[in-house]
Design a protein around this ligand. Structure first.
Ligand SMILES: Nc1ncnc2c1ncn2[C@@H]1O[C@H](COP(=O)(O)OP(=O)(O)OP(=O)(O)O)[C@@H](O)[C@H]1O
Length: 260
């Protein structure tokens, strides 16, 4: 897994001389394909948390999702993350129509193809960074001998090669979040979904986490990041705004959303 050198602070995308915004070619395979996907909570009264939405996200894209509290961001993330099913429309992940899949198959698909990162890091306190990352592989049945080398590779990719044996209590918030990102990456998912990844961090730590996400995106990882933080949204190549369950996109690169 390519990534920043061991222990290195990851410089900002521009400082690394990387192209700031290289459009992803439209022929690139779609990772996320929502077709009139919607989610309504039954109520009463019913809540149209996600109105019928068309959205295509291609491999190596970096999308920020912004919107006020209660606008539907988590609902969208839960649909994309195969946590919840849409109540209308279709969702294809890597070309697989997820609608007809039984729950066990959705869980397996999530484990193999989606990495989740949350505001709270959810690390086990008495396990080292490496052990925390290795645990994500147990459920997928990765052979024991490979778990440690994969975990170390993932920690190297987020610039934590110097903290392999550290306990969470001995790490900064930003380092803990980078362990959580490594844990989400270790099974080599197609898609990294992040829900307020910098929400618990001071600005310096948030900056390092953002640089880590930039660097991962530069290696071809597809990122969807929910955020209230304009600095995070500014790093993404596309920004989608959601209000009252309705998605809009400023750039006009790809149309999303259709009136309910
Ligand atoms: N389980 C549920 N049952 C009924 N309504 C729900 C449920 N979950 C969310 N909602 C409603 O759906 C709408 C969208 O909620 P959602 O959690 O997706 O918003 P959000 O943008 O993630 O909010 P926040 O930024 O505060 O986390 C809100 O009106 C919310 O009250």
């Amino acid at each position: 897994m390519a990534g920043p050198a061991e222990g290195a602070a990851v410089p900002a995308r521009e400082a690394r001389g990387a192209a700031p915004v290289t459009p992803v070619p439209t022929g690139t395979p779609a990772v996320i394909d929502l077709v009139a996907a919607a989610r309504t909570y039954p109520g009463p009264p019913p809540v149209h948390a996600l109105r019928p939405t068309d959205l295509t996200v291609r491999r190596a894209e970096y999308i920020a999702v912004v919107g006020p509290s209660g606008s539907g961001k988590s609902t969208l993330l839960n649909v994309i993350g195969l946590v919840d099913r849409p109540t209308g429309g279709h969702y294809r992940l890597d070309g697989i129509d997820t609608g007809a899949l039984p729950e066990a198959d959705r869980t397996a698909l999530r484990g193999h193809r989606i990495g989740l990162v949350f505001q709270a890091f959810h690390l086990l306190p008495y396990r080292t960074a490496t052990e925390n990352v290795m645990l994500a592989q147990v459920y997928l049945g990765t052979p024991r001998a490979r778990r440690r080398t994969d975990a170390v590779d993932a920690l190297l990719a987020v610039g934590l090669g110097h903290r392999l044996d550290a306990l969470p209590s001995a790490m900064s918030g930003g380092e803990r979040q980078r362990v959580a990102i490594a844990r989400a990456l270790v099974n080599r998912p197609s898609l990294l979904l992040c829900d307020e990844p910098t929400g618990n961090l001071d600005s310096a730590s948030a900056g390092r986490v953002m640089n880590t996400l930039d660097a991962l995106n530069d290696t071809g990882i597809t990122l969807v990041v929910i955020t209230h933080d304009p600095a995070v949204a500014a790093r993404a190549r596309r920004t989608i705004t959601i209000r009252d369950g309705q998605l809009t996109e400023d750039s006009g690169q790809l149309r999303v959303g259709s009136p309910a």
